[in-house]
Every structure is written in structure tokens, then in C-alpha cells.
Design a protein around this ligand. Sequence first.
Ligand SMILES: [Zn+2]
Length: 349
Amino acid sequence: MRIPEYHPLAHCAVHATPHQFTIGAHSYPPDAIITGNNWQIPVHTLSARWHELVNYYGTGYRVPLAGLVFDTTAELDALGHFLPLIPHLEPIQRREFRTKLNALLSDARLQIVLFRARTVIPATLSMRAIIAGQLLLCFWRRPDILAALIASHPQFHLYVDAQSYTRTGGVGGGCYSVEDHRIMLQVERLYEGFFTPTPNVCPLLHELGHMLDGTAMRMQKTAVCRGELPGMTANELTDFAAGKRAEYHCYQAWYHGRPPSDGRMPLGHPYVFQTDGEFLAGYWEMFWRNPHTMATVSPQLFAAWCAYTGSDPRQFVGADYMGYVRGNREFYQSGERPWPSAIQFHVAM
Ligand SMILES: [Zn+2]
């Protein structure tokens, strides 16, 4: 019998009929066994679980194989597709990651809930673990910042379908309310960027950038968000500001129709230069998704965030997701005028 290996299939879409289980372009018989690192699961078990979840969540349950395997087995190995740090951890660190993740998942201050219309329904383990695990990944080397974030009672509200999302006030592809300290996201967007071997778009990371801004605001007890990360020391803030200024300066040159003579472009799209908050959210997502390019194009900002997080995402992100990078370059090359920026300067007394 054929024993399909799990890892090359982790990103593939799954579909089941009563007699057939499809992963990507191939169908597998019920008695086939999917094998991962130190675990195996028969296709008929996955198929039964898929039917159960799709009957319950409807079209909201659109996950790559990794999501279904994790919702069936709770194997950390499967979560590694969503959190690319995991496969790079030593066994002892893996155990630490699992222990900390379990602690986060049972921490009452971290609110992760799923809605159908206005009713809360049970979220799957993968929905909860992708969110909690992403927080853990970002602050893997900064447990102090993670603790401050959790102490701020962050809320993650997921919605099983588009109607539930918009009827509850959800706008755009995802949003963050600073008053409620709450991220709202249609649940399928949690999985959207994982149907390729390397993770791509991540609205969760973008909204997390806004949430970190809101966390910094709460910690500083200021009235408005300033596009800053929580718990930055004066030196970290200075380094971040210098990196951001370099990008802003380059952007302004393009905006005023005087691009740098060497053709250098900012890494970010005009969208992220609109405000300090969008700058933080947009670059935060790119830091984790296209770190190799960011290190080259925005070296100062990249170094500042490596120092702040204690992590260099290049060590576990093998290949950049180039979608944003390409799209942004195309914008500047198009000759279209960049948008006005309302990035603020805080002149002190
Ligand atoms: Zn945003």
C-alpha cells in the first residue's frame, strides 16, 4: 500500500466524499496512511473528521491538510506548517514551545472565540492554536513582552462566515478595535495564506501589528496609538524611529516626484504610509513574511526589530513570500502618484 508522506502535502487543500479523500490533485483510498514525523494517521480517520467539521462549520472550514491533521491529532508537527519556527526548534525547545502554547491556550485573559451570527460556537484547536502560537512565535525570545500583551486582555473574535462578520461590525478583510482591544477576522482568513509550501498573506499578523500598537498605548497610558510596539526601551524606540524615517524619507521622495537617483524604493505600499498605525501593521507583517527582502531594502528597520524581538525571522523563513514585495515595486514603477502620508512627527517641548 502507498504511504503518502505528510510534509510535502501539508499545504494542499483537502476534500472528501463518502468514498474518496482528495489531497491537492490526488485521491487516496481510506486505508492509506499519512505519515509525519513520528506519527501516522489513516485516511479514513481524516476523512471522517473532515465530514464532521465541514458539516458543523460549513464553508468556514476551508483548511489545508495541516489544519485538518492538527484538528484530528493535535500533533505539534502539523502546527509547524502555520508557525515556521517550530520545525527549526531543537527537541528541548519544542517541548518548551508546546508547554507554553498549552499555557496560553488555557489562559483566561486571552480571549479567542468563534461566532456564528451572534452566537459563540466552539472554535477548533487549530483556530485557537494558530492565534496563540503566532503570539508565542513573535515573542518567543521576549517572554516579558508576551506577558504584557496577555496581561492587556487581548480579544480575538472569529466569524464562521461573511454575514456573521459584517453584521457584527466587521469591516475590510479584518479589523482591530482599539477601544475593545479586539481583532475581528473571518475564520477562513486564518488559513488563507497557508495553501502554498511557504506561508503567504497573513491578515492575523497585520491586525496583530495594530493590536501591539493598542497594547503600547495602554502600557504608556496615552490617549492615542502612535504606531509603536509595546515595551520598547528608549534605545529600541530610537532605532525603530531611525529605520522608519529612512523608509518615510524614501517614500516622500517618490511622493514629490523626485525618486532617489539610484531608483531605490520603499519596501511598503502607499497604503502603509497613510498613518503610523498602518506603517507598523504593514511592516510587522512583512518582517515575518519577507524578512530576506526587508533586511536588504530596509536594513535599519529590520535590524531594529531583530533587536527588539530577539529573533531574526530569516533563520526559519526559508524563502520570502514575494507577493507584497512585487506588488509594491510595481506600484512605484507604474508612474502613478503615491498617496499623501499622515505619518506624524512628535515634536517635544
Ligand atoms: Zn491596517
